[in-house]
Design a binder for this molecule. Structure first.
Ligand code: PRP
Ligand code: URA
Length: 209
């Protein structure tokens, strides 16, 4: 699969297995989603370019290395994407955060956008769109469309669990957007839920069901 990266670090697999289990309580679920998001971004940023800068330690002058790439904006797809933001900000505290509200119509499974607030300079930033679930791919495609419409050219999509149907849809609609997953699951069921999946991510993060 081109442009699809499965980040299967043992810590990620372990934490993902915990959140898949139906009896994992809301607080723990929320904490683990953030931890997995942080670990995924740690893995993804391994090859970020760095540049040399002169520094002075308490002992001597030296050369330090700081990140040289584009500035970052994290864009969670509301609601469930919100659950990944803090875990990423812990690693990259200077990142901006934009928001896109999209929900799936439960009957048609079509995405409906209800909110968008993004930084004005999004065209100059690298964009990480985050959402725990990639099911049909409709929500992620709509979110990518929304940031590209505002000038974003460097976009990455980070999801915890993906279905083959969603991966194919992203590759078809946005072949330039790399996709990062913690796991690629088996299929979608007749209600559009990922199997084995982890259920409704938004409801499990916010305790709404
Ligand atoms: C879930 C999930 C994704 C979307 C995935 O959100 O967080 O955004 O479904 O499905 P898709 O790939 O078929 O579009 P939901 O619509 O349940 O909204 P919520 O996060 O507010 O609960
Ligand atoms: N949205 C979810 O939250 N879970 C799924 O399995 C599919 C879509």
């Amino acid at each position: 699969m081109e442009n699809v990266h499965i980040l299967s670090h043992p810590l990620i697999q372990h934490k993902l297995t915990q959140i898949r289990q139906k009896d994992t309580p809301t607080g723990q679920f929320r904490q683990l989603i953030n931890e997995i998001a942080g670990l995924m971004v740690y893995e993804m940023t391994r090859d970020l370019p760095v540049k040399d800068i002169p520094i002075e330690t308490p002992v001597t002058k030296a050369t330090g290395h700081v990140i040289a790439g584009k500035k970052l904006v994290i864009v969670p797809i509301l609601r469930a994407g919100l659950g990944m933001v803090d875990g990423i900000l812990q690693l990259i505290p200077t990142a901006r955060v934009g928001h896109i509200g999209i929900f799936r119509n439960e009957e048609t499974l079509m995405p409906q956008e209800y909110f968008a607030k993004l930084p004005n300079d999004i065209a100059q930033r690298e964009v990480y769109i985050v959402d725990p679930m990639l099911a049909t791919g409709g929500s992620a495609i709509a979110a990518i469309n929304a940031v590209k419409k505002r000038g974003a050219t460097q976009v990455k999509l980070i999801c915890l669990v993906g279905a083959p149907e969603g991966v194919a849809a992203i590759q078809q609609a946005h072949p330039d957007v790399p996709l990062y997953l913690a796991a690629l699951d088996e299929k979608l069921n007749e209600h559009g839920y990922i199997v084995p999946g982890l259920g409704d991510a938004g409801d499990r993060i916010f305790g709404t069901k």
